[in-house]
Ligand binder design. Structure first.
Ligand SMILES: [Zn+2]
Length: 288
């Protein structure tokens, strides 16, 4: 007769539903990140079980887990508003047959100071910013950002879409005529009209059209909920549905839309949440 080892005995004494056994190796990387960064959450299911629902939450966002070979992976944006400190990431995996699994992981949000910018603008121009037209424009973009395609189309670090001077950083706090206007959701790069703009990473074009405020705009879906957007283009060289490689031309720098001069406004987003595209250039995401 074989004797039970102490560990096996502990398992026998545990309650009938040992939920933790359903998932393994849950992690949230990196352990510390500034606002604007993207964290990667992942876990494996131990026995090939299929979840019916995975819910996750981080600083008011609802990151989306998607299957990737043996693992489930979610890109988790650290929003501009995230205060510094130890921050919980909650997730719950629900199986139709019971044995649900939930876990709390932590990341440390590092302090990040955002510079301020005070602008003066004629009232006739600021009026345009609040119009019904602009609300519709935002909804059009949100509809594109919410279609989270499951396949990762890019590898490695992002590349700058143009070479040029960064004229306005991500997260800059902006005041117009003394009133709070909001934080800069992208990075501005100064360059002359006609300078070719290249895709920062491989993906599929999901929006390519003229918008009132953002001017000629291209949105590229990189998969897993990660998007990049290019605004104020003088012209667009791609069409919706087209696959693009990293470095492939999308259009050219311009001054279309609500701008004072030619520049590229370049964004990266996880779903609706803006993240800092410069951080994606500096380092590839720690994907499993
Ligand atoms: Zn901008």
């Amino acid at each position: 007769m074989t004797s039970l080892r102490p560990l096996a005995l502990l398992c026998l004494l545990a309650p009938p539903c040992v939920c933790r056994a359903n998932a393994q190796g849950a992690s949230l990387k990196p352990e510390a990140a500034v606002p604007g960064a993207v964290l990667v959450a992942s876990f494996r299911l131990a026995d090939g079980r299929k979840p019916v629902e995975i819910r996750a939450s981080f600083r008011g966002n609802r990151p989306v887990f998607q299957p990737a070979r043996q693992e489930y992976v979610a890109l988790v944006p650290v929003p501009a508003s995230a205060p510094a400190g130890k921050t919980p990431f909650y997730f719950k995996v629900r199986f139709g047959s019971g044995g649900d699994y939930s876990e709390v992981l932590y990341a440390t949000v590092l302090a990040r100071a955002f510079p301020e910018q005070h602008l003066k603008m004629p009232a006739s121009k600021t009026g345009l910013m609040n119009s019904e037209l602009l609300r519709k424009e935002r909804e059009l973009l949100y509809a594109a950002f919410e279609k989270c395609s499951p396949t990762r189309q890019w590898t490695g670090a992002f590349a700058l879409p143009i070479s040029g001077r960064e004229s306005s950083p991500w997260g800059r706090k902006r005041y117009v005529n003394g009133k709070w206007w909001g934080q800069h959701q992208g990075v501005d790069i100064a360059a002359g009209t006609g300078t070719p703009v290249a895709s920062d990473a491989a993906g599929t074009v999901v929006l390519a059209q003229r918008l009132e405020m953002r001017g000629n705009t291209v949105v590229v879906d990189h998969g897993r909920g990660l998007f990049s957007a290019y605004n104020h283009l003088s012209w667009i060289d791609v069409a919706v549905g087209q696959s693009v490689k990293q470095g492939q031309g999308l259009g050219a720098v311009g001054a279309t839309g609500f701008v004072t001069g030619a520049h590229l406004h370049w964004e990266a987003r996880i779903g609706r949440t803006p993240v800092d595209p410069m951080l994606l250039v500096q380092q590839p995401l720690p994907l499993p």
